[in-house]
Design a protein around this ligand. Structure first.
Ligand code: ACO
Length: 432
């Protein structure tokens, strides 16, 4: 199902929206979890990034950033693979002037990302180190000497067919293959902040900001429903609240629909938490408090003496958590109930950028604005729209909502009002 269809189900009936979906070229990256021994050196990690920005009435209103990692372990017989979906940041700015549920929008965008065939990310992967000696000798690269480059250019002018005969398949990109229904992990760190992707938006009094505990419940609702609907029953789901014991954690898990929720996290085995070094168990994600703490431990020379139990205890002591807000680490691991087979369409679903630089410069039209006034939301929309149109002949994806929840809410308010009137009139009766 296309992105537009997923999103329409979360947006209010008959309201018009537009969405920007940016995606980075896939790139080989360092392993998400640092391997302890060199015998894991065969591990291949492919990293990709999605950025979604939603617009309503020519204003940016919401954004979500997600990283996807595919880890391949080429074995003799088969390739073992897993996918990690790291939900990095969700943010709003308060300038949406119709009633929407950002919870449903976030859930639908995650559903869409989960529906993507992992092989989609593996077809054209920029290698970590390019082997320039393997490239077609007619290609000009940054390793080509200026004199040779000039000679090649002259040759191309003399023979126009030369360019089309160049073999671009050797060495420039890697390509891998895995089974579509690999293990999927969803990881996130919930930490409320006045703003993440819309600078200065906290100055808009209409922005609705969830506090730490409400944000945690918000994410649990989103993920719990996703597990029930998209994952098989054996899926594990963990919640850790640094600094809180299991009783407090279990209170948050009460009432969730999936029965595989447990206190803890995906990376710590209880039996080994005193013996396993955090450095070889905790994943390194971009702009993530857990990773920042690992980097700090490395700078302080304590990385090889920090065991998991102490790591979690000390994490909560860090400066960024001292404001006593509830933060949490949520992890899900399992197979999806249905094989993810969707391959996004570069015209209708996604704007696939040619480089990380291009990705960041387009994203910057959204994140580089100031949202203390509504002008920022208008500017972001216009800049993205004209940049995509003028430079690439591309448009934002139009989506018309089909969800009736707005009316359901109104109906339920009306029903409650009617119930109160009925109750009052029933009470009045004996007085008569
Ligand atoms: N006044 C009162 N209640 C409101 C208002 C409002 N203006 N707006 C929404 N609500 C209620 C909704 O009715 C809903 O209630 P319900 O759960 O009883 O149905 C609840 O608040 C949640 O509403 P949503 O539309 O789902 O979400 P919201 O508008 O609160 O946005 C978000 C959630 C994006 C987290 C927002 O709080 C925000 O931008 N926070 C700042 C950035 C942030 O902390 N991001 C999360 C980082 S963690 C991570 O991304 C992994």
């Amino acid at each position: 199902m296309a992105l537009r269809e997923y999103l329409a189900q979360a947006l209010p009936d008959q309201e018009q929206f537009e969405i920007l979906h940016l995606q980075n070229p896939s790139k080989e990256s360092h392993p998400v979890i640092t391997p302890q021994s060199s015998n894991k050196s065969g591990l291949i990690t492919v990293k990709n990034q999605h950025f979604f920005a939603l617009f309503h009435k020519e204003k940016a209103i919401y954004a979500l950033e997600i990283y996807v990692y595919i880890t391949l372990t080429p074995e003799v017989q088969d390739t073992i693979a897993e996918r990690i979906v790291f939900v990095s940041k969700a943010d709003t700015n308060g300038y949406c002037d119709c009633e929407v549920s950002f919870k449903k929008i976030t859930q639908q965008l995650l559903r869409y990302v989960l529906s993507i065939n992992p092989n989609y990310y593996l077809q054209k992967v920029i290698p970590r180190h390019r082997e320039y000696h393997k490239f077609d000798k007619h290609l000009i690269t940054k390793k080509t000497k200026p004199t040779d480059a000039l000679r090649l250019l002259a040759k191309r002018q003399g023979d126009v067919s030369l360019m089309s005969s160049i073999n671009l398949n050797v060495g420039i990109y890697h390509s891998f293959q895995c089974q579509p229904n690999i293990i999927t992990k969803i990881c996130l760190f919930t930490k409320p902040s006045p703003q993440y992707l819309f600078a200065e938006s906290s100055k808009n009094p209409k922005k609705h900001q969830l506090d730490g505990a409400s944000l945690l419940k918000w994410w649990l609702d989103i993920l719990d429903e996703l597990i029930v609907e998209c994952f098989d029953q054996n899926t594990t789901a963990n919640l850790r609240i640094p600094g809180e014991d299991e009783t407090v954690v279990n209170r948050y898990l009460r009432g969730l629909k999936h029965n595989g929720w447990e206190a803890g996290d995906l990376f710590t085995k209880k039996s080994n938490e005193k013996h396993d070094l955090a450095a070889f168990r905790i994943p390194l994600f971009p702009d993530d408090p857990k990773s920042r703490f690992l980097h700090q431990l490395a700078d302080e020379g304590r990385i090889l003496s920090m065991y998991l139990k102490a790591y979690w205890a000390e994490l909560q002591e860090r400066q960024e958590f001292r404001l006593s807000v509830t933060v949490s680490v949520i992890g899900i691991q399992g197979h999806q109930a249905e094989e993810p087979i969707y391959v996004p369409n570069n015209k209708h679903d996604v704007f696939l950028t040619s480089s990380k630089k291009q990705f960041n410069s387009i994203k910057n039209y959204i994140t580089g604005e100031a949202y203390d006034t509504i002008e920022g939301a208008f500017e972001a929309y216009l800049n993205v729209k004209y940049f995509l149109g003028d430079r690439f002949g591309r448009r934002l994806i139009k989506v018309e909502g089909v969800a009736k929840y707005r009316w359901i809410k109104k109906e339920s308010i009306e029903k409650r009002r009617q119930d109160i009137i009925n109750t009052l009139s029933v009470r009045k009766k004996p007085k008569k």
